[in-house]
Design a protein around this ligand. Sequence first.
Ligand code: GCU
Length: 685
Amino acid sequence: KESGYEAWLRYRPCESEELLGHYRKYFNRVWFRQGLEIMRTAMQELSHGAGIITRCTVRLCDEGWQGAGIAIGLIDDFSELKDLLGNEILGTLPEDGYLMRSIEHEGLPRLVLAARSANGMLYAVFHLLRLMKSVQRLDRLNIAEHPRNALRMINQWDNMDGSIERGYAGRSIFYRDDEFVSDWSRIRDYARLLASVGINAISLNNVNVHERETLLITDELLPKVAQTASIFSAYGLRTYLSINFASPRQIGGLPTADPLDEGVRAWWKERADAIYRHIPDFGGFLVKADSEFRPGPYTYGRNHADGANMLADALEPHGGLVIWRCFVYDCLQDWRDRKPDRARAAYDHYTPLDGRFRENVLLQIKNGPMDFQVREPVSPLFGGLSKTNQMLELQITQEYTGQQKHLCYLPSQWKEIVDFDTFALGEGTSVAQIVSGKAFGRRHGGVAAVSNIGDDQNWTGHLLAQANLYGYGRLSWNMEIGEEEIAWEWTCLTFGKKEKVTDTICCMLLDSWSIYESYTAPLGVGWMVQPNHHYGPSVDGYEYSKWGTYHFADCHGIGVNRTLLTGTGYSAQYPSPQFERYESLQDCPDELLLFFHHVPYTHRLQSGKTVIQHIYDTHYEGAERAEGLVERWKTLEDDIDEGRYRQVLDRLQEQAEHAKEWRDVINTYFLRKSGIQDIHKRPIY
Ligand code: GCU
């Protein structure tokens, strides 16, 4: 039975005889230059994929380019390419970019793949395989590609005991019982998946660095880290580690971890030197400091620039980066006190430090001001900083979006985020332009996301959640690609090109975020989840907690007043005209109304419905649409292998049941609070 393990790198023989003949002409000979390790990886991938598709052994040669075939090379060590493609076009090719061009030579078909960097080579090969998997011809290609973000990173939240913080697809593929795993093949297959969509960096451990993981930077564990890193290096990914800011005290025997203390600074320098002895292409540190009880510079009366810069100075001689997370807020709030607002925190902490971070520091900013809710506004910190490198943080793992039991295709959400206009430099300053570094001419930039994989046979628990990992990679490469295009690509690569299958699955994916949103927390208010594990409805689960996550529902109304005029003033963190848009009760988009305003249940939305009727209607519709996903999937029973068909069916059925629970809990809660009946008189309990 098919398990889904191959994910989108699932190769099958080409079924069209004509196309097969066409492909075979090219793969009769693949001409490349030996040397770099990544080139070896690229050739392995090409032989493997094309070998299966063409049902022939791919002939690799490193000399004598004659006849038909494919030529692959770095532009600098491949003079023939310069003659063929012209110096001009090659000269403008950015780092990690590549060209793919069909040419005819003496009546014989040739395909040329040229890249500036070794990584670019590998990306070109995966691109070629994607084209072949989606049954395209190779004789009219003229493709120039390059990534828009320099850093395209995955964050593992894996702990060395084998657990994964917010993991919903089994245990860690990296660690077991406080050690690294002994079988590395799964890690290698993960590296393949990541590289195939252009990801070039990975942090190997949870941002909450516990006791055992604090030791990852010691001589005891560095050899194993290096072994893991070498697997990723072969696929063009640099390895990062999450570090414990208190390490000098905790494992270094120093009395302090004060970032301005000379002993502490020397300790980190010595550790950085040691790390680079083991891992010459080590990426750097990912840091969660002064956040949710993690240690940080505040303990010593220092600020976050002091903390980040100290680490940056240690890494700088080796070309390493510090990625400093901005998820800093008061997590010991008093729910009785309505003045503090967690949503304000990142902006309030970091804008005063703009321009005070070293060149090799990036601030990693979560997409929204709260925490990966199904709907939040975009963090105003993007665009709030102009003299600091920024990085967007997304969450692929579905902590608040159904935990890979519910279908929720996240590229739909991410596209809204990256396209959001911050107006930081006037109209047209999108988040995508800011994080790439382009808007403010920053040296470093990019995007990171929390992984959704574990050791489940199909990687992601819900097979269709693979689309989120794939989609993240594609978007990190180019944020202009549409979510529809990504859905189509993924479906095609995973299930084949049959129109009925691709149409059905794509539509299911594209509807799924809106479906999930409709039966969970309404109108942007968020947080109506069970405490701690965050699965399933609990309207007041976080209402009287210390985490700063409230909806303030009473018998009259609901929502958080974040206006400047009468609320927490959060809305003023956005420049005009976003500020005015959110501040105004009339103009605030419906989907974020309760994030910005406290309104009576009878308030009329732009849609014309009252808030309370909107809640009832969307929850009824949402649960019905979840049921509809099951029915839509069932139409594919004869078109998809049984193994993968069943897995998905089981999850969709579970979702449909659970959506009813959500519907009834939410509707009942609001009927009881408001005393206002559903105008359609549907059952509410
Ligand atoms: C959320 C999540 C935590 C995680 C934290 C973070 O609060 O629930 O598990 O550690 O985000 O991003 O640091």
